[in-house]
Design a protein around this ligand. Structure first.
Ligand code: HEC
Ligand code: HEC
Length: 288
């Protein structure tokens, strides 16, 4: 009798913790969903495009987008859980190391344009949420070509990263900076030096040119300079980021991740805008 009741209690505890675990993983997945469909927008590179250059949502994160640069021809890999052509055999820890440190399970280094220098700021919790999301996606078979680099890749992107906390949204500026990092805004909006590296001393000054089927687009100055966002209202900035339209309602060209940034929630948008307004004003491209 005693034994049975112990067993019952044990079962009950197991059942309860099962429920708790279920809820925990649901919350994790929901956070992953929000990040991936909102500010983090990995799909802007890892989702295939149709022949008009629009995201092919049905093909998920199965990769294939090609990036041409004088220094490399890179292809975004398949990051769906397909075991043959995707990341299906990678453990959570291996995925974490790849995303935040740029090192694959075989020890090789992931090259540009994968924005590792921004992803190394991802918190442990948000990284777990992104991994939970990746693993919950349907596996899609799509073999992607290997990238080739006509330059040496760095041996690594810095020391191993661990124990990163998510900043509280109550500290708007710190949180806004965190969001700008994980949304890799400055990967496009910082000017680049002649060696191709980001000119972080002129953060947000714009000036990079993006050629594509759309012609050419020029990353704008998003600092509070008069050639930047000085005279823009918060509503106008939010509309530019979410809907991809300027103050006159004219549509911007790719490759900014409007299809995902449109889902950035109001708290996060306010923090992002506060962060942009806190940047030192810079002339366009960082040059007078
Ligand atoms: C600006 C484009 C871009 C963005 C944004 C981007 N990636 Fe990548 N990613 C790439 C490219 C290109 C490679 C391949 C680089 C190479 O061949 O060395 C890559 C490689 C990877 C790899 C290694 C896969 C393999 O099989 O080698 C993983 C995992 C990965 N990305 C996950 C992510 C996740 C998760 C995000 C969002 C948090 C993300 N990427 C955002 C372009 C991008
Ligand atoms: C993949 C590159 C890329 C990324 C990532 C990116 N942007 Fe952009 N952004 C651009 C380009 C290019 C334009 C201009 C497009 C055009 O003129 O058609 C632009 C335009 C803008 C504008 C309009 C400014 C103006 O003066 O008209 C704002 C605001 C902006 N980006 C903010 C952001 C923020 C904030 C983030 C991160 C959440 C971000 N961008 C991420 C490439 C990017």
């Amino acid at each position: 009798m005693l034994k049975t009741s112990h067993l019952t209690v044990a079962c009950l505890i197991a059942a309860l913790s099962g429920i708790a675990l279920g809820q925990g993983s649901e919350a994790l997945l929901a956070r992953g969903q929000y990040l991936m469909n909102g500010p983090v927008a990995c799909a802007n590179c890892h989702m295939p495009r149709d022949n008009k250059g629009l995201p092919a949502y049905k093909k998920g994160l199965s990769g294939g987008m090609r990036f041409d640069d004088p220094m490399f021809t890179a292809y975004a890999p398949n990051i769906t859980p397909d075991t043959e052509t995707g990341i299906g055999l990678w453990t959570d820890a291996q995925l974490a190391k790849a995303i935040r440190e740029g090192i694959r399970p075989d020890g090789s280094v992931i090259g540009p344009p994968m924005p590792i220098s921004f992803y190394k700021h991802l918190s442990d919790a948000d990284l777990s949420a992104i991994i939970a999301y990746l693993k919950a996606q349907p596996a899609i078979k799509n073999k992607v070509e290997k990238s080739s680099y006509r330059m040496p890749l760095p041996p690594n992107y810095g020391p191993p990263v661990h124990d990163v906390a998510t900043p509280s949204s109550a500290d708007t500026l710190v949180y806004g900076q965190y969001l700008a990092n994980i949304a890799h805004c400055m990967d496009c909006h910082d000017p680049r030096k002649s060696n191709g590296m980001l000119d972080v001393a002129h953060q947000g000054a714009g000036g990079q040119v993006f050629p594509g089927p759309w012609g050419k687009s020029l990353a704008r100055n998003i600092t509070p300079d008069k050639s930047g966002l000085k005279d823009w209202s918060d509503t106008q900035i939010a509309r530019a980021i979410r809907n991809g339209v300027d103050r006159n309602g004219e549509h911007y060209k790719p490759p900014m991740a409007f299809d995902w940034y449109k889902n950035i929630n109001d708290t996060d948008m306010a923090a992002l805008i506060a962060h942009l307004r806190s940047l030192p004003p810079q002339p366009l491209g960082g040059k007078e």
